[in-house]
Design a protein around this ligand. Sequence first.
Ligand code: A2P
Length: 282
Amino acid sequence: MPSTSLERLPLAGSDASIPALGLGTWQSCGDQCLQAVRWALEAGYRHLDTAARYGNEAEVGEALRHSGLPRVDYFVTTKVWHTELAAGAVRRSVESSLRRLGLDEVDLLLVHWPSASIPIAETMGALCEAKRAGLTRHIGVSNFPVALLEQAVAASSEPVAVNQCEYHPYLDQSKLISACRSLGIVFAAYSPLGSGALLSDPVIRQIATKIGRTPAQVILRWHVQQNVCAIPKSSDRLRVQQNVDVFGFSLTDDEMAAIFSLARPDGRGVNPAWAPTWDGRA
Ligand code: A2P
């Protein structure tokens, strides 16, 4: 039995919550993804993050079925790709995701990236409709800077529950996190380990050695201690297990501050051609 007790973050507008630590599956596919999700469920993860674009929803669904866990025990997020944000396309995208996952509804449906050409009101309207139709329990966005997030909230008749963005100690997201807090939106961090880049950072390693934890655990503890959600990806059994074991210790204020001080202007790692104009440093 897993020993890990997952903390959860409340989702606005409902009595539901999201586990503060989930398994990221970006760049994980085929048997590797299937195995990683199985190990994650065995290790106590109850939050799986996928996307129509990742090409791995079928494997995530298969691992969930294989686990035998009751549906209420786990939280699944999927996302609609940015070229599919017109109303009819959103509906088709989520229905296809549900078919691949083998689920009647996901817990959270996100706009994967904002679109420069499809009006936010049309997209958010379609997400609200998907929620009312019972295809998802919650809706949200991903990669939305403050101004676009505010537009999404204004255009949505249902609560925008989550904004999922890149976040790790090299990338200052204080402005966006504070906007999310004001709006009652959970901030979720993808690439929380900086895609692995942070694991060899001397400050992180020094803290890890001092407290007898792994560098990844130190970084993920830094996330959850800010009440943000983190979704580290790993395809390695031991690392999957270690990454979720971050609720039995805490970092001191000085350790948190030392990690915050690692932020740097070139810290962003995910910046594709279709990315919006990002918020500057706070
Ligand atoms: P692997 O899948 O071989 O474990 P992020 O979630 O920030 O995108 O980081 C994912 C990257 O970090 C992957 O390359 C993953 O490799 C690696 N990784 C994840 N967890 C750990 C860990 N505990 N120790 C070392 N590397 C890790």
